[in-house]
Ligand binder design. Structure first.
Ligand code: ATP
Length: 320
């Protein structure tokens, strides 16, 4: 097997960037033998993630060997590296390089040491105050606004892919291997828990219970904004929208423009409005991340009344 090549003409650059700025892959190549692989952190659809040592702690995503002969996967891998190398933002995981010599294909990023928002919300069941929720959402909007400005759609924005490290948001897994395509190919319409509720109506309507080989769902900036709405909802409510409903029912409701009811959500109109805008049925009616950021910045800060007999932090809160 030969090393994967990725030069300036095939690196997935959108054309908005001068060619000379497009660094060749070589500069990002990390010899696999330079990595000291430690324990596995988890398994994703495309392979395993390990903690490793390479000039300090790093995370290494190893592509499953089964995929090495799959042209689509290799294409997706190249695209991922191409996308990754265009990103430098404090709220995005730091791309450090890639191993490009089969059979060891891997992406090396900084290791996120905090927990994911998913863990805080759904596992530890921590309560986020509205002020903290807003700060987290602002950072997500900043990272996402940057990605969109670089022409990259996240396609998989969800609380499992957002880390919180000492109060700082780190977004991972952006523009990855066409995950939906993989899902279709491997399982027909297999839908993992906690994934469907991030898909906007246009994506729901494009889901088909068969195995397309070439079709890709119509991901867009607006579909990322819809996903952000779901993250906002989870932060506010501590649960997923359409909780415990079967996938067919969620697909049917969202595809027809129905939304999770907010009747039991005790919060201000401004906060609910952000949710409703992000979940707009028409993709064009959803705000972009710059607009969301300014809306979030305008939300009034809730003052916490301090009194000796009533400590401010009555409940365990995530990362204070
Ligand atoms: P899917 O493949 O469906 O997206 P996933 O998001 O769980 O599933 P991966 O992105 O492969 O899969 O991640 C596997 C595990 O590794 C997850 O628990 C994730 O939190 C962890 N992980 C991924 N990247 C990092 C990182 N940079 N630092 C620390 N942990 C990470």
């Amino acid at each position: 097997r030969t090393p994967i090549r990725l030069d300036s003409t095939e690196d997935g650059d959108s054309g908005n960037w001068p060619r000379q700025n497009s660094l060749s892959l070589k500069e990002w190549d990390i010899p696999y033998s330079d990595l000291l692989l430690l324990e596995s952190i988890g398994k994703g659809r495309f392979g395993t993630v390990h903690r490793a040592l390479w000039h300090g702690d790093v995370a290494v995503k190893l592509l499953k060997e089964d995929y090495l002969d799959d042209e689509h996967m290799l294409e997706a891998f190249k695209l991922e590296v191409a996308n990754f190398k265009k990103t430098r933002h404090e709220n995005l995981v730091l791309f450090m390089g890639a191993c490009m010599n089969p059979p060891h294909l891997a992406i090396v990023t900084s290791l996120c040491k905090g927990n994911t928002l998913y863990t805080y919300i759904h596992v530890r069941r921590d309560k986020f105050t509205i002020n903290r929720t807003t700060l987290v959402a602002q950072q997500i909007s900043q990272g996402m606004g940057y990605l969109h400005a670089r022409g990259i759609h996240h396609k998989d924005l969800r609380t499992k892919n957002i880390f919180l490290e000492n109060g700082k948001v780190i977004i991972t897994d952006f523009g990855l291997f066409s995950s939906t395509k993989l899902l279709y190919c491997e399982m027909g319409l297999g839908v993992p828990n906690g994934w469907l509720c991030y898909l906007g109506p246009e994506l729901m309507r494009a889901l088909l219970p068969r195995k397309p080989t070439e079709e890709i769902l119509p991901f867009s900036k607006a579909s990322d904004v819809y996903s952000f709405g779901t993250v906002w909802y989870e932060l506010l409510c501590g649960e997923f929208p359409f909780k415990s409903q079967p996938p067919e029912s969620v697909i049917w409701q969202v595809g027809r423009g129905m939304k999770q009811t907010l009747a039991n959500l005790q919060t201000s109109r401004d906060v609910k409005e952000i949710l409703m805008l992000c979940w707009s049925f028409q993709a064009d009616d959803r705000p972009d991340f710059a607009k969301l950021l300014s809306q979030l910045e305008r939300l009034p800060k809730k003052r916490l009344a301090r009194s000796p007999s009533h400590p401010v932090q009555l409940s365990r809160s995530a990362e204070s």
